[in-house]
Design a protein around this ligand. Sequence first.
Ligand SMILES: *Cc1c(COP(=O)(O)O)cnc(C)c1O
Length: 374
Amino acid sequence: MKKIYLSPPEIRPEDYIAMQAVMDSGWIAPVGPELDGFEKALADRIGRSNACAVNSGTSALHLALLALGVEPGDTILCPSLTFAGCAFPILYCGATPVFIDSEKETWNMDPAHLEVAISESIDAGKVPKAVIVVHIYGQCAKMDLISAICKQYGIPLIEDVAEALGASFHGKPAGSFGDLAFFSFNGNKIITTSGGGMLLSDKAELVEKARYLAHQAREPALHYEHKVVGYNYRMSNVLAALGRSQLNDLDRRIRCREKHYQKYIETLGSLDGVSFMPIYDSGEPNYWLTCLTIDPKLARKNRDLIIKLCEEESIEIRPTWKPLHLQPVFKSAHYVGKDVAEDLYTNGLCLPSGSNLSDISRDRVITVLGDALN
Ligand SMILES: *Cc1c(COP(=O)(O)O)cnc(C)c1O
């Protein structure tokens, strides 16, 4: 039985052509026309004026924090229900994360808890240095409320768009809200460069600072002069060619993932104890992963048993992200909220959602899940 993966990379004939052309061009370096072209293409798509392509989403976030001047001892607010790559860079800077609970309508950072966390931090004598907002599983957070809160307190906002390229909120693209926004092109994301990321902003000075640090903090001197600590974070021109080619195909990919979501809901949505991640009416997701929660009392089976039954049928189903405030590495971090994120994790599942998942394979997932839940 062929294994069905959660979100494998999709490589199409035009990607091979783009890769052949870039290899022939001789630009086998972290500089070149494909890199410039990829940066411009993504910035144009999101409606931003400056971009810096790097080797991962995690390094893009690290650069975003450094560009904002984050220093040891600073406080950074971040949702708890997300991937650790969204919080590790806080520790790289020696700063302190405060994790925030989710709300139920989008599963993203709860604006009410965000406001409490900001007030608590200010009362303790520390205005947070930045807020990181994540658009989890391809659905935008409540950006109207979250942007307004950050503006009110004058706190810079960083958008983590790693999972949500192509999504929008009130018709505005994900990645067009924060002072800075970053993307990931890891192999499991909606488009891929095998590994890669990008930082976008309308503020040229922030992106220029990030570009300088990402390129080993090289001063413009032939002998390589360095005044501060630099990083080797740039993306290769070779991989940028793949990214550019993949970006051209983004809209079709979103439609494929949405089709899987619709089919899953249609066939499994009315089973006892099954609730799909709600779609908030102010946003349009990119349907990166179809997620659901299982009420073990009504479904009479828990999340882990369902995962095991699917694994026996060579289907990769994963739990939702384990909240960061429950992760051993962050055990001393402060957490603001209740148990929404924890419940979404305890009972949450992500279903195979790739843009190259065939209808036949998807229907096999539906059969196996339907049997497991009956
Ligand atoms: C994938 C991901 C990242 C990290 O991106 P990498 O390119 O893998 O470093 C950050 N945040 C979220 C929410 C992600 O899903």
